[in-house]
Design a protein around this ligand. Structure first.
Ligand SMILES: Nc1nc2c(c(=O)[nH]1)N[C@H]1C(S)=C(S)[C@@H](COP(=O)(O)OP(=O)(O)OC[C@H]3O[C@@H](n4cnc5c(N)ncnc54)[C@H](O)[C@@H]3O)O[C@H]1N2
Ligand code: MOO
Length: 391
């Protein structure tokens, strides 16, 4: 059995970015750039006034003559003699001859004459190219296209960019005991909840392209359905049927389909029987059916794979720290990812850590990582936390 760290290393190394395509910026939210993007223009494109006031060619004087006006958007560049100025507004082009824009609050006007009152202070001119020069890299390959990034590229006149494709993900739940919600439970059945939960986890992380399937514990069906889904998708997430029971067909079916295993079983709780494999360019995770195990593995391993194949090339699982609010005793040698609630530097390990339970997960905002070789964590000790994404 490998450690969580070894398993994450394998996932990172095996998750290769999908093929890029061109996209309009208005559709590009959440994608990652597949190229360095150079700026086609300098920004600002001209010397820009940062204030409403007067642009002045000032020479050792505390007064000047106002000879005209420039509004934002005007294209003229009037010549200014010594101690001549123009009325100007924020965002307007400053005449080449002006060295300073004086805020209107510091000016007293008398007809065409303007008198400076108090200290001049800043020159209030944004130099051309102050933010970026023409040809300079605006955003690097791998950058996330969030609202600010899309806004920034739009200020440069860019309308289309090359981004990495986002994966199509098939989510498959297995198990004869599973019944779709919406009808009273039949004896021996439970409601099927993993597929919707996993779809929501993916959506909350920015991956909207997923489909849901449910299959019975039947070997032939499992082979046929999984084979087709693996051929058609970039990633397949299977929940349940990966342990050692007589009706756990998933592992055998994946072997028959020709999936190359990257690992099976991780020294962790929850999620010990996690399987990760590859067929051609498709990544396959067989997640343990226990709901908290399936979700925990999704937030740790599936997330890492999704980020990397979507172009977040150097993605590492975010980790932070907090002080534990009560002593904790770990039983057994497996590393643990505990459901926790973190606030103001302190983390509380929640009641009910069984991998069959979701109650504590529904209240958690972090996973508390307890390494394999740690058993007794003292009150107030600093522990590693993995924030739950998408909250
Ligand atoms: N003899 C052993 N038995 C088990 C071992 C072991 O090492 N030896 N490992 C245990 C651990 S740890 C886990 S985790 C589970 C994982 O088992 P499977 O991945 O095969 O999952 P299932 O048996 O199909 O289901 C487990 C549990 O989760 C419920 N489940 C499954 N799918 C769903 C779903 N879509 N929605 C809601 N709930 C679901 C299922 O009813 C079971 O209760 O194996 C242990 N056994
Ligand atoms: O590994 Mo299982 O998820 O502990 O119950």
């Amino acid at each position: 059995m490998i450690s969580p760290k070894e398993a994450l290393d394998i996932v990172e190394n095996q998750s290769i970015a999908l093929a890029p395509f061109r996209i309009n910026l208005s559709e590009a939210l959440g994608y990652r750039l597949a190229q360095d993007v150079p700026s086609p223009i300098a920004m600002p494109p001209f010397r820009q006034s940062a204030m409403d006031g007067y642009a002045v060619n000032l020479h050792a004087s505390d007064s000047f003559t106002v000879i005209g006006e420039i509004q934002a958007g005007d294209g003229q560049n009037p010549g200014l003699g010594k101690n001549e100025g123009v009325r100007i507004f924020t965002g307007a082009a400053v005449p080449d001859d002006a060295q300073v824009v004086i805020m209107q609050e510091k000016i007293r006007r008398e007809g065409e004459m303007a008198y400076i009152e108090g200290e001049l202070g800043h020159h209030n001119i944004r130099p051309a190219g102050e933010q970026i020069q023409q040809g300079e890299i605006a955003l690097k390959k791998g950058s996330s296209l969030n609202a600010a990034a899309i806004g920034f590229l739009t200020t440069l006149g860019i309308t289309e960019v090359l981004v990495y494709r986002k994966p199509s993900v098939a989510i498959v739940s297995t198990g004869n005991e599973l019944q779709s919600p919406g009808t009273p439970l039949a004896p021996g059945k439970i409601y099927e909840s993993n597929s919707l939960m996993l779809q929501m986890a993916l959506r909350s992380m920015g991956y909207a392209n997923s489909s849901l399937q449910q299959i019975q514990d039947d070997y032939t069906t499992t082979v046929v359905v999984l084979k087709e889904l693996i051929a058609q998708n970039d990633m397949v997430l299977i929940s349940g049927g990966i342990s050692v029971g007589d009706y756990d067909y998933v592992g055998k079916a994946l072997t028959e389909i020709g999936v190359t295993p990257q690992f099976y079983k991780v020294k962790q709780k929850p999620g010990k029987p996690l399987f990760f494999g590859k067929k051609d360019n498709t990544l396959i995770f067989a997640l343990p059916g226990n709901p908290a195990a399936a979700l925990s593995c999704t937030y740790i391993y599936v997330r890492t794979a999704l980020e990397r194949i979507s172009g977040h090339l150097d993605f590492k699982l975010p980790r932070t720290q907090g002080k534990i609010s009560a002593a904790y005793s770990k039983k057994g040698p497996r590393a643990q990812f505990l459901k926790g609630f973190y606030a103001h530097g302190e983390v509380q390990v929640l009641e009910g850590q069984s991998s069959a339970m979701l109650r504590s997960f529904a209240q958690a905002n972090v996973l508390v990582f307890i390494p394999e070789d740690r058993f007794e964590i003292a009150f107030g000790e600093t522990v590693e936390l993995i924030p739950i994404p998408g909250l």
